[in-house]
Write a protein that binds this ligand. Structure first.
Ligand code: NI
Length: 139
């Protein structure tokens, strides 16, 4: 049975963290902390739910890295070729003489895409990685 009643719970965190959180809340335009926490929890649940999900999703993997990192380009290429069926496009931007931004557009089974994203973002030299996905309605 769905329980949609609002429940209250207490949260403790360091003052520094709370100040940053309140700043974020203001910037994002939330009315209060509760609203912001609800959104964060929903987002975390969506991300986590991909792990063992057979659903077809479409999304993107964004990578930020320094291309001088030994072997990194080889590894990135190898991993992407191993899952070429799930990759619709890869766009590479040379930001400056060292840094690259790579955007990989993906479509496939959620758990496979999540695995692909984990492999890519955990490579040594990848300084930032973000996987964003949306469910695709199956006909
Ligand atoms: Ni580059």
């Amino acid at each position: 049975m769905e329980d949609s009643l609002l429940k209250r719970f207490g949260v403790s965190m360091e003052g520094n963290l709370l100040r940053k959180f309140d700043h974020l809340i203001t910037q994002k335009g939330y009315k209060n902390r509760s609203e912001a926490v609800r959104d964060l929890v929903r987002d975390a649940l969506i991300q986590q739910s991909w792990e063992d999900n057979e659903e077809i999703i479409a999304g993107s993997i964004l990578l930020f890295y320094d291309h001088h990192q030994r072997n990194l380009l080889n590894e990135l290429t190898k991993i992407q070729h191993s899952m070429h069926d799930a990759i619709m496009a890869t766009t590479h931007f040379h930001l400056d003489h060292a840094n690259c931004l790579e955007l990989i557009v993906v479509k496939g089974r959620a758990k496979d895409i999540q695995q692909l994203s984990n492999k890519l973002t955990s490579l040594k030299g990848v300084q930032y990685g973000k996987f964003t996905a949306a469910p695709v309605e199956q006909v």
